[in-house]
Design a protein around this ligand. Structure first.
Ligand SMILES: NCc1[nH]cc(CCC(=O)O)c1CC(=O)O
Length: 350
C-alpha cells in the first residue's frame, strides 16, 4: 500500500478484478450500498465495483412478529450464501441487523462511521404532539422492537405499543392513514436520515429515555475470510472510533443473547481520543448497557468506563459489562423471554 499525495490509497498488488457489493433490495439497503460503493470508488479509482440487490426471507415475511421469526440471520443468510459462492464479494448491512456470530468463512471487513444512533419519535401528520409525554393515554405507538417497547412501558405505562412492519415508506403510510390505529412511530434516526426523511422526525429519544440498539446507525461490510484483497479494501472504509464502540456493544450482546432479538439497549461514548499519524490509538470508552423485561417490570442497567487501545480491549469491556448485567439479574429476564418466545412460537405454528 502506498499513499499518493492526493490521499488516494492505491494497492499495486491488486489483480484486475471487479468487486460486487450486495445487499437486500429495500430502498434503504440500496442507499446504504451506494454509500459504500461511492466510498470504495473514491478510495480506489482504478478498480472496478458493481452492485447486486436481493430479496431476503425477512423482506418476504412481513406478517409474523419479528422476534418470533427465529433470529436475525433472516436478513443475512441468503446474502451470505451468495458471498460464499463468490457470486458477490462484499455484503453491505446495517450492523445492527448482523448476528453477533458470523457463519464460518465470513467476517466483518469494515465498520463505517456511525450516523446518530438514537431512536426517533415520528408523530402522525396533523397531530400537535411534540413528545411522548404529550401523547394522550391509550395512544397507539408503532414499533416492532421489543427493546423499545420494554423500555418505554416503564416510563409511559399508559401508552399502547403495536407491531408495525414493512419498509420505512410502508410504515409511514400506515402511520398517516386517516383511519389507521397509530398516533406515532418509533424508528431508528439513521434510517430516516439516509432515506432523506429526517424532516418527519418529531423528536429524538436518546438515553436515558430510550437506550438504542447495539450497533444502531453503523454500516458494515461483510467479506469472505479468505478474501485478502477485499479485506485490504475494507481497511480504507473503517472508522476506528465507530469500530471500537460497536465491537464493544456487539461483544456485550454476544455474551447476553441466544441469538434472537432481545431487549438490550446501549449508549456508548469514546472520549479523550488519542491520535497519532497512524490514526486513532485509543480512548476512554464509556458504555452503558441495559436489559428490560418485556412488560417493563424489571430493568437492569450498568455503566463501565475503561481505557481501550485495541478492538480486543473494547470487546473485553463489552463482555465484562454483560457479566455484570447477568449478575444483576439480566440472565433471569432473558431466560423468561426465551421461555415465552418458545411458547408463543408453538402457538403460532399450531
Ligand atoms: N430493524 C430494522 C433496521 N435495521 C437498520 C435500520 C436503520 C438504522 C440503522 O442502520 O441502524 C432499521 C430501521 C429501524 O430500526 O427503524
Amino acid at each position: 500500500m502506498t499513499d499518493t499525495p492526493t490521499g488516494v490509497v492505491e494497492d499495486t498488488t491488486l489483480q484486475p478484478r471487479s468487486f460486487v457489493l450486495a445487499s437486500r433490495a429495500s430502498q434503504l439497503a440500496q442507499i446504504q450500498t451506494n454509500i459504500v460503493h461511492d466510498a470504495l470508488r473514491k478510495a480506489f479509482p482504478s478498480l472496478s465495483f458493481g452492485t447486486s440487490f436481493m430479496k431476503t426471507e425477512g423482506d418476504k415475511n412481513l406478517s409474523q412478529a419479528l422476534y418470533l421469526l427465529g433470529g436475525k440471520a433472516l436478513w443475512t443468510k441468503e446474502l451470505e450464501i451468495a458471498l460464499k459462492e463468490k457470486t458477490v464479494d462484499m455484503l453491505v448491512h446495517s450492523l445492527k441487523d448482523v448476528p453477533t456470530v458470523l457463519p464460518d468463512g465470513c467476517e466483518i471487513g469494515a465498520i463505517l462511521e456511525r450516523e446518530d444512533p438514537v431512536d426517533s419519535l415520528i408523530v402522525k401528520k396533523g397531530l400537535p404532539y411534540k413528545n411522548l409525554d404529550e401523547l394522550p393515554d391509550g395512544s397507539v405507538v408503532g414499533t416492532s422492537s421489543i427493546r423499545r417497547v420494554a423500555q418505554l412501558r416503564r416510563s409511559f405505562p399508559k401508552l399502547q405499543f403495536m407491531d408495525v412492519r414493512g419498509n420505512l415508506n410502508t410504515r409511514l403510510s400506515k402511520l398517516d392513514a386517516p383511519d389507521g390505529p397509530f398516533t406515532a412511530l418509533i424508528l431508528a434516526k439513521a434510517g430516516l436520515v439516509r432515506l432523506g426523511m429526517g424532516d418527519r422526525i418529531t423528536t429524538d429519544l436518546g438515553a436515558p429515555v430510550l437506550y438504542h440498539a447495539v450497533s444502531q446507525g453503523a454500516l458494515t461490510v461483510e467479506i469472505r475470510s479468505d478474501d485478502a484483497k477485499a479485506r485490504e479494501l475494507c481497511r480504507a472504509l473503517t472508522h476506528t472510533e465507530t469500530q471500537l464502540k460497536c465491537l464493544a456493544e456487539r461483544a456485550l450482546l454476544r455474551r447476553l443473547e441466544g441469538g434472537c432479538s432481545v431487549p438490550v439497549g446501549v449508549d456508548t461514548e469514546l472520549t479523550d481520543v488519542e491520535r497519532s499519524t497512524d490514526g486513532l490509538q485509543g480512548g476512554l470508552l464509556r458504555i452503558t448497557g441495559c436489559v428490560t423485561a418485556i412488560d417493563g417490570s424489571l430493568h437492569v442497567q450498568h455503566t463501565l468506563t475503561e481505557q481501550v487501545h485495541t478492538t480486543e480491549q473494547a470487546e473485553q469491556v463489552g463482555v465484562k459489562l454483560a457479566v455484570t448485567l447477568i449478575e444483576q439479574g439480566a440472565g433471569k429476564i432473558l431466560e423468561d423471554i426465551n421461555v415465552d418466545r418458545e411458547k408463543r412460537a408453538k402457538e403460532v405454528n399450531s
